[in-house]
Write a protein that binds this ligand. Structure first.
Ligand SMILES: Cc1cc2nc3c(=O)[nH]c(=O)nc-3n(C[C@H](O)[C@H](O)[C@H](O)COP(=O)(O)OP(=O)(O)OC[C@H]3O[C@@H](n4cnc5c(N)ncnc54)[C@H](O)[C@@H]3O)c2cc1C
Length: 322
C-alpha cells in the first residue's frame, strides 16, 4: 500500500496522507475496487476535484478513490456520455463545439460531473438535474445500478439520493438540445466573466461553505456579510471580499478553516437567529469534539427585527441582478 498526500488532489490545498489511493480506469474496475474494500471492511471516500470539500490533514486510515483516469466524454446523438472525472468546463466546451444547449452554465464551474450530479450543482439558471437522463452508479458492495431521474435521484436544492445511499456516480448521460453557437458562447463568457469579477479564483476555496436557507429568504452570503463576518480574524484564512460565504485558504490547515467556519456560523446565529447548514463536505476522520461541533444543530428562530429590513435589501439586489 502506497502512502499519498491528498492536498495534491484537493482544490482547497489541504489533506494529509491516506493508506491507499485508487485510480480506476472505468466503471468495472471501480466496481471491483469497491467490492474488495467492502469485503475487507476498509473505510474509504471518493474525491472528485475537491472543489466542494475540505479534505482533512490528519492521516486517513483507509482508501481514497480518485477519478483521474475516468475522463472520457463521448457524444451519441443528442447525448453526451461522461465518465465521473470529466470536468464541468470540459462538458460546457463540448456543448459549444457541438452547438448543443443545456450545459453552457457549467463553464468554469469547478469540479467534476460525478460530484456535480451528487450535489445537484446549479448556477446561472442551470441545474444539473435538468439535463441528466441516466446515471450509472456503484453501490457500497460494488454492484452497478442504473438510475434515471424518474427514480427520484434529484430531490431539490443541493439534495440527492446519492447523499444518502453513498452510491458512487461512475457515468452520466446528459441530454442536450440543438442550440445557437453564438448564444452558447456568449453565455459561457458571461459565466466566466462573472466568476472572475467576483474573485472566485484568486485563492483556493470550496465555493459556498453554507447552503442557502430559502425559508429565511436571504442568501447565506448576505447573512454573513451583514453579520460582519469579515471582521473575524484568522492568520491564514480570509473571506472573499465580494462574497462572504466563500472562504479563502491562504496557507491554513484544515482545522483552522473548519474552526473559522464555526465562528461564521455562530455570528449569523447570534445576529439573525439563523443556524446555517454546511454545503462544504469534510472528507477524512475528525476527532470527536470537532465532529460534534460540525454536526451540532440549533433550531432557527429568525429575529424578525433584524431579518425583515435585510430581506428588502436582498430582493432589491436580486432585481438589479447583483
Ligand atoms: C470557486 C468555486 C465556485 C463554485 N460555485 C458553485 C456554484 O455556483 N454552484 C454550485 O452548485 N457549486 C459551486 N461550487 C462547488 C463545486 O463546484 C460543486 O459542488 C462541484 O460539483 C463539486 O465537484 P468536485 O468534483 O470538486 O467535488 P468534490 O469536492 O470532490 O466532492 C464533493 C462531494 O461529492 C463526493 N463525490 C465526489 N465524486 C463523486 C462521485 N463520482 N460520485 C459520488 N460522490 C462523489 C465527495 O466524496 C464529496 O462528498 C463552487 C466551488 C468553487 C471552488
Amino acid at each position: 500500500m502506497v502512502e499519498q498526500k491528498l492536498s495534491d488532489y484537493a482544490y482547497y490545498r489541504t489533506g494529509g496522507q491516506c493508506q491507499a489511493l485508487y485510480e480506476p480506469k472505468d466503471i468495472n474496475e471501480l466496481s471491483s475496487i469497491v467490492r474488495q474494500l467492502y469485503e475487507s471492511k476498509t473505510p474509504y471516500f471518493v474525491l472528485g476535484g475537491g472543489t466542494n470539500s475540505l479534505v482533512w490533514d490528519d492521516y486517513y486510515p483507509g482508501a481514497v478513490i480518485l477519478f483521474t483516469k475516468m475522463k472520457k466524454i463521448v457524444r451519441e446523438g443528442y447525448e453526451f456520455i461522461c465518465e465521473a472525472g470529466v470536468e464541468n468546463t470540459t462538458i460546457a466546451e463540448a456543448g459549444l463545439k457541438a452547438s448543443m444547449s443545456g450545459v453552457s452554465w457549467m463553464n468554469r464551474l469547478p469540479g467534476q460531473i460525478g460530484a456535480t450530479v451528487r450535489m445537484n450543482a446549479r448556477c446561472y439558471e442551470g441545474e444539473i438535474s435538468h439535463v441528466v437522463s441516466l446515471v450509472r452508479a456503484v453501490l457500497f458492495d460494488g454492484s452497478i445500478v442504473n438510475y434515471t431521474p424518474l427514480d427520484g435521484i434529484f430531490r431539490g436544492y443541493k439534495d440527492t439520493l446519492f447523499m444518502d445511499n453513498g452510491a458512487i456516480v461512475a457515468e452520466v448521460a446528459l441530454s442536450l438540445t440543438p442550440g445557437d453557437r453564438d448564444e452558447i458562447e456568449a453565455h459561457m463568457k458571461f459565466c466566466e466573466d462573472d466568476r472572475v469579477r467576483k474573485e472566485q479564483f484568486t485563492y483556493p476555496t470550496c465555493g459556498c461553505v453554507f447552503k442557502n436557507n430559502y425559508d429565511v429568504g436571504i442568501s447565506s452570503g448576505m447573512l454573513l456579510e451583514y453579520a460582519d463576518a469579515k471582521k473575524l480574524n484568522a492568520k491564514n484564512v480570509a473571506l472573499n471580499p465580494k462574497h462572504s460565504n466563500f472562504v479563502y485558504n491562504k496557507g491554513a490547515s484544515s482545522r483552522e478553516i473548519l474552526e473559522f467556519t464555526f465562528e461564521m456560523r455562530e455570528l449569523v446565529f447570534q445576529k439573525f437567529g439563523v443556524w446555517l447548514k454546511y454545503e462544504m463536505e469534510i472528507l477524512g476522520q475528525l476527532d470527536v469534539e470537532l465532529q460534534y461541533r460540525l454536526l451540532e444543530d440549533r433550531p432557527t428562530q429568525v429575529k424578525a427585527e433584524e431579518v425583515g429590513p435585510l430581506r428588502e435589501v436582498f430582493l432589491a439586489k436580486q432585481r438589479k441582478g447583483v
